[in-house]
Design a protein around this ligand. Structure first.
Ligand code: FDA
Length: 304
């Protein structure tokens, strides 16, 4: 009961526009610095290098979402291009992750498509890959339509499928050949569109992973769940799926020992590294999905 209340509370905070705006000026608070890798490109690239030295690759995310003006969307697009250039110049092993609402999806879809093309053109020049994060259900279809349209010109783009949505199995079937990250799903969605029980989400997530691993296109398993990770390892062995056909992905600051252990065992491990001033919504979703993460916030408050 308490967990359900705190979940709803943090989801509501994550969507609060005034708090999101104010937090950009506060600097990191409540321990957010433990899961967000600094405010600028230099700090983010430093973190990527540290992880690369441990045999872990990265995907950089310049935090931002739900922008409401063309200026902001253009600024975000320019910044994403700078991140790609910084990855190329520094020679670190990293891809880029972006959110469509950061690039103007809610303002004008054609404008967002053009912004995405600019990003992919730069990525292509440097032989880099861009993953489009999946946001809330409202934006799922349009994101998938966008990915399909972009893939008519670019093959260096993929997206994310969320295990909690009823529709995901069908979506998966239509995305053979597209590099996907499979996750459980991080937004609060109603029972009309998404499984509500954790066991149902886990079951559907596992079903999607098995289907995808057997299908054969490169797949990322984005999860901190050791049960899922162990099942993937066993399934891959049983079905002779080579380690270079999949990778594990985790978020920066979470389960670092497990990340290193997986590398030692010979698995590909990529860490999603968010950075920038727009940390509030991202951080609140992390608190919502795992009550234990609130200890970050408490420790952060106590250290102030
Ligand atoms: P979950 O939170 O269900 O935990 C399962 C179990 O794992 C826990 O009960 C606990 O035993 C263990 N565990 C989990 N975290 C732990 C920790 N920190 N320490 C110790 N034990 C822990 N979502 C989305 O909607 N769109 C997106 O684009 C993305 N992108 C994305 C990228 C990457 C790289 C990751 C890892 C995740 C996402 N997500 C996402 C978020 C995702 O949908 C999901 O909300 C979170 O990963 C939480 O689900 P998990 O599978 O990690 O385990």
């Amino acid at each position: 009961m308490l967990a359900a209340v705190s979940k709803s509370f943090f989801y509501a905070l994550s969507e609060n526009k005034s708090l999101n705006k104010a937090a950009k000026k506060w600097g990191f608070r409540f321990g957010a610095g433990q899961v967000v890798a600094g405010v600028d490109i230099e700090s983010a690239i430093r973190k990527v290098k540290e992880l690369n030295d441990l045999g872990i690759t990265a995907t950089l995310d310049h935090l931002g979402e739900f922008v409401s003006s063309r200026e902001e969307a253009t600024e975000s697009t320019d910044y994403c291009i700078k991140v790609l250039e910084a990855i190329a110049e520094s020679g670190v092993k990293s891809t880029l992750s972006v959110k469509m609402t950061q690039l103007g999806l809610d303002i004008d879809q054609e404008f967002c498509f053009e912004n995405m093309c600019r990003i992919l053109e730069t990525a292509k020049t440097h032989d880099l890959f861009v993953q489009i994060d999946m946001e809330d259900f409202k934006r799922c279809q349009i994101t998938l339509d966008m990915v399909k349209r972009l893939r008519q010109t670019y093959d260096n783009v993929g997206t994310v499928i969320q295990g909690y949505l009823y529709r995901s199995e069908e979506d998966l079937d239509q995305l053979n050949g597209v590099v996907l990250r499979l996750v459980k799903g991080a937004y609060k969605e109603p029972a009309e569109v998404a499984f509500q029980e954790k066991s149902q989400v886990d079951d559907n997530y596992w079903k999607l992973i098995q289907k995808r691993l057997l299908e054969g296109t490169f797949t990322a398993i984005g999860s901190h769940d050791h049960n899922i990770i162990n099942k993937v390892k066993a399934f891959a062995k049983e079905h002779h799926i080579p380690n270079d056909q999949f990778e594990f992905q985790m978020l920066y600051g979470f389960r670092t020992e497990l990340q290193e252990q997986l590398v030692k065992e010979g698995y590909n491990m990529r860490v999603y590294i968010p950075f920038g001033t727009d940390w509030f919504g991202y951080f609140m979703r992390r608190l919502a999905e795992r009550p234990q993460n609130v200890s970050f916030a408490l420790k952060g408050l106590l250290s102030k």
